[in-house]
Design a protein around this ligand. Structure first.
Ligand code: SF4
Ligand SMILES: [Zn+2]
Length: 148
């Protein structure tokens, strides 16, 4: 996968992996850092995506620090999680943070391309896609029951 072994900011391949547990396990335990521009991000294995040749292909399975898993730090902030769910129900989408520069000063903890507005350069989250699929199925089945 093009770019998977490069820094998401400066494209350097001079990187180092650091074992760095974050508070509440918010970030992945192993973080990759760029020796050139000092950007840090959560690395991933392209083989874990549905198309290893496609740069923004979604993962096959939700990751071990998925926001949608029960008990995630994101869901621990109930008010914020309710807001997230409301925006997703209103048609919003949830994007993956793997390979995105970590930015603790940003509300969501990451520096997405163009402030999250360039969705062509973002990967949809597998946890979100699974939840969306389950909801669609549930709604269809409920519809079938109602119309039966
Ligand atoms: S795909 Fe979703 S669950 Fe996996 S790392 Fe990205 S945001 Fe987290
Ligand atoms: Zn860099």
């Amino acid at each position: 996968m093009k770019g998977a072994d490069q820094c998401p900011r400066c494209a350097s391949r001079r990187t180092i992996d650091i074992d760095a547990p974050s508070p509440n396990g918010f970030y992945a335990r192993v973080i990759r850092g760029c020796r050139n521009c000092e950007t840090i991000w959560e690395p991933f294995d392209p083989a874990d995506t549905i198309d290893p040749d496609e740069r923004y292909a979604s993962f096959i399975e939700p990751c071990n620090n998925c926001a949608f898993r029960p008990g995630s730090p994101e869901q621990g902030d109930t008010a914020e999680w309710k807001k997230t769910m409301a925006s997703l129900k209103a048609g919003g989408q949830f994007y993956c943070h793997k390979g995105v520069p970590i930015e603790p000063k940003n509300e969501n903890g990451f520096a997405y391309p163009a402030d999250g507005k360039n969705t062509a350069k973002m990967r949809l989250c597998r946890g979100f896609l699974n939840m969306w699929g389950q909801n669609m199925l549930k709604q269809s089945l409920e519809g079938e029951v109602t119309h039966a």
